[in-house]
Design a protein around this ligand. Structure first.
Ligand code: C2E
Ligand code: CA
Ligand code: CA
Ligand code: CA
Length: 286
């Protein structure tokens, strides 16, 4: 209840109380869950729109909760951010995803002419603020043997937009090593496009709301113009454009026509276990 002191309101909002209890229960359970290995990662393929081949995958964390079943990140990432657990959890995701990417590279073998698969990992603002980010990332890459160019870190537009030089410095260091930096959920924040120049980003991830505007074929001409404008500016700044939330062939086709480079969404594959990438690669090899 809202007022802790007055009994009058104690049961005024049972739903909010239930949510608070759940939240509290989950909060205290988070560190133990990490220790017990209850988190796991699903991978969602990124597909190159030009030739339809698999470009890489985004790592998406899940919690296999002993009572509640599998919980998506929206149920616990905000809590993990609030309690600070996001730093060790995020480090675990990075380590695990990089290890997985390295194993894809090994399986692909030397005879494979296709460029090595990329792995995209989400970073919370708290991880960006953490002084160990660069050292941890370098350490994870060195221990796995994954080339830095195969890793891309995704940060939301809102996490980066107000960032000062001190906060951008670790990202610049990583970018100089060859690690990709993607601006996630682009178009939902308040950044003006000119601001992009000062950010060490190499990829724009266009938010799903733009993809939803491509439902009809042909889509609303204004929606198309907006995407066209973003893509042309991104390319002139040498940024690649990834689109998320592609659910239909019509969306994929229009986004390809508009010059987007890579796409991700249920149309290609839902997030799944590490071997879901092989199935998709085999499918387009046939
Ligand atoms: P995001 O980075 O924008 O990730 C894309 C989300 O869209 C994922 O939700 C994915 O399952 C979903 N999605 C993919 N394709 C489609 C589609 O075609 N249609 C629709 N409607 N949805 C699609 P998910 O897995 O629930 O993740 C939610 C958010 O949680 C992510 O949004 C990301 O911000 C965050 N997240 C996930 N894993 C991590 C992590 O390891 N660390 C951090 N800090 N955040 C994470
Ligand atoms: Ca993301
Ligand atoms: Ca996103
Ligand atoms: Ca999104």
């Amino acid at each position: 209840a809202k007022s802790a002191g007055g009994n009058r309101f104690e049961f005024s909002d049972p739903e909010a109380d239930a949510r608070a209890i759940t939240r509290h229960g989950l909060t205290t359970a988070l560190p133990a869950a990490l220790e017990r290995g209850e988190f796991f990662i699903e991978y969602q393929p990124l597909v190159r729109l030009g030739d339809g081949r698999v470009h890489g995958a985004e790592a998406l964390v899940r919690w296999s909760h002993p009572q509640h079943g599998v919980l998506g990140p929206d149920h616990f990432i905000p809590l993990a951010e609030h309690t600070g657990l996001i730093v060790p959890l995020g480090r675990w995701v990075l380590q695990e995803a990089v290890r997985q990417a390295r194993s894809w590279h090994e399986q692909a073998g030397a005879g494979d002419s296709a460029p090595p698969l990329r792995i995209n990992v989400n970073l919370s603002p708290a991880q960006l603020h953490h002084p160990g980010l660069v050292a941890d990332t370098v350490d994870v890459l060195e221990r796995s043997g994954l080339p830095p160019g195969a890793l891309c870190l995704e940060l939301t537009e809102s996490a980066l937009i107000g960032a000062d030089e001190d906060l951008l410095k670790p990202l610049r260091q990583l970018a100089e090593m060859g690690v990709g930096i993607a601006l996630d959920d682009f178009g939902t924040g308040y950044s003006n496009l000119a601001n992009l120049r000062r950010l060490p980003v190499s990829v724009l991830k266009l938010d799903r709301s733009f993809t939803q505007g491509m439902q009809q074929h042909p889509a609303d001409p204004v929606d198309r113009k907006i995407v066209e404008g973003i893509v042309s500016l991104a390319h002139s700044l040498e940024l690649a454009v990834t689109v998320e939330g592609v659910e239909t062939g019509a969306q994929a086709e229009q986004l390809r026509e508009l010059g987007c480079d890579t796409a991700q969404g249920w149309y290609y594959a839902r997030p799944g276990p590490p071997d879901c990438l092989h199935r998709l690669s085999l499918a387009d090899a046939v």
